[in-house]
Design a protein around this ligand. Structure first.
Ligand code: SAM
Ligand code: SF4
Length: 446
């Protein structure tokens, strides 16, 4: 559980183990059937290779001497085929190629995977197909080919537009290359380009962050993702901070950075729709919205995570699935078994509701009553949370709202989500183990 209660503003990407709410999965003793998975199933494809290790990154990525593109392509296709057949989903609503550095993959790999999807499920006509792009020249020159392969949205990892920050981060591009990549992506996909930018970087002040963000806003398209730099154990940056070579900005400074960024983005016409995500012209990421709305998704590739009902196995519950992390082992397992699912956890109704809370409250719209009812037909949000004194206190402080629309954080509350979530999760847990249990006993022994 602790893993989901990460410091705020951090990346909520769902493609790597560190940010997945998988640890919430728990098999409940009186297992109830999960709600039927909606038609909206998305697909995440992980390309695990990078050219260089960034100093802060603990994603599942490898810096290989060479990549066997043909075998990788065949295995990605094979695993896509197997998991689609296993899920029996008829329709895929979005595809996200993440990494690692998927812009280093061949466009023919992307095309092959998309063909496999279309052969085994209907890829919706207007499905969002995103590719993460690193601003190094190798990725930029291939953008037109990715577009021809079926990609219709680019997410560019700009991270910073300042030489010193890029050096601390160990990025393999300079600000100029980031700007060129952005320009090329916008020319190819106008209105469908997102940028990832980080704050809380060693050496950054609130003022320098504000002017950097202003610069990003002069060149960006209609979607911005802001992530507070997280110091991850095992990274080079972590070691540098431990040894006193660099220091991270204080919590007060990063909180100010977040606050001012929200205001600057709002003034520039961006609407915040999630803790870290901002869009104008309604350019929200439908793929990521699926995660925050706890919709099912299939994860393909080394270390990818998924959440879906494997109907072909006669299973009626959603499972949290993780694929084998290391690419060589992953490929071998896919070649031998058709997939490399390393871990399967059946999600209990409580586990699923925890995910609905943790993910849904990241959205500025929060969780509607209708959305909650799809996962919890027996008890509505007022019944589960409304009577708690702790939750009433959060409401009185003006950071949490429970009303006719549903449950959501206020503007101030969104910045405090990490301290709000434990209270909500505890209430949910208590309700499940007392009230629901009593109801069950009553219905079993009338
Ligand atoms: C894992 S990267 C993959 C995309 C691409 N390779 C890149 O680096 O731009 C996805 C995003 O996660 C974010 N990210 C990765 N590590 C992070 C960290 N330690 N703290 C905050 N954000 C991080 C970055 O903003 C990055 O754009
Ligand atoms: S390029 Fe992206 S995935 Fe690769 S090491 Fe850097 S941050 Fe991590």
């Amino acid at each position: 559980m602790a893993r989901c209660l990460r410091p705020l503003f951090q990346r909520s990407g769902l493609m790597c183990p560190r940010t997945q709410p998988g640890e919430l999965a728990r098999v409940h003793s009186s297992q109830k059937q999960n709600p039927p998975d909606s038609e909206q199933t998305s697909l995440y494809i992980h390309w695990p290779f990078c050219l260089k290790r960034c100093s802060y990154c603990n994603f599942n990525k490898y810096i290989p001497r060479s990549v066997d593109n043909e075998v990788m392509t065949e295995c990605l296709q094979q695993e896509t085929r197997t998991l689609l057949q296993l899920s029996r989903v008829s329709q895929i609503s979005s595809v996200f190629f993440g990494g690692g550095t998927p812009s280093l993959a061949r466009a023919s790999t992307v095309a092959a995977v998309l063909e496999t999807v279309s052969a085994h499920a209907r890829l919706c006509e207007h499905a969002e197909v995103t590719l993460e792009v690193n601003p190094a020249p190798a990725g930029r020159t291939a953008l037109p080919d990715f577009l021809s392969a079926g990609v219709n949205r680019f997410s560019v990892g700009v991270q910073a537009l300042n030489e010193a920050s890029l050096r601390v981060l160990g990025r393999d591009h300079d600000p100029q290359q980031a700007l060129q990549t952005l320009e090329e992506a916008r020319t190819l996909c106008p209105g469908r380009v997102s940028v990832d930018v980080m704050f809380g970087i060693p050496g950054q002040s609130v003022a320098s962050w504000e002017s950097e963000l202003e610069e990003v806003l002069r060149v960006c398209d209609d979607h911005v993702s802001l992530y507070q730099l997280t110091l991850e154990r095992g990274t080079h940056l972590y070691k540098q901070v431990q040894q006193g070579e660099v220091s991270m900005p204080s919590d007060d400074v990063t909180a100010s950075m977040y606050r001012s960024a929200r205001k600057i983005l709002e003034q520039a016409g961006f609407l915040q729709y999630e803790v870290s995500n901002f869009a104008r012209q309604n350019a929200v990421s439908t793929h990521n919205l699926g995660y925050w709305r706890a919709q099912p998704y299939i994860g393909v590739g080394p270390g990818a995570h998924g959440r879906f009902v494997p109907r072909a196995l006669g299973v009626a519950h959603r499972e949290a699935r993780t694929q084998t992390l290391e690419p060589d082992y992953w490929m071998r397992e896919v070649q031998q078994h058709g997939h490399a699912t390393r871990r399967r956890i059946q999600l209990s109704q409580l586990g699923l509701l925890e995910e609905v809370l943790v993910m849904g409250l990241r959205l500025t719209d929060g969780i509607s009553h209708q959305h909650w009812a799809a996962f919890s037909p027996e008890a509505d949000l007022h019944q589960v949370l409304g009577a708690s004194a702790d939750i009433q206190e959060l409401q009185q402080r003006g950071i949490l709202i429970l009303d006719d629309r549903g449950l959501r954080c206020s503007w101030e509350g969104l910045a405090l989500l990490d301290s709000i979530l434990p209270v909500l999760l505890l209430e949910l847990d208590t309700f499940f183990h007392t009230d629901m249990q009593m109801d069950r006993e009553r219905s079993e022994n009338p």
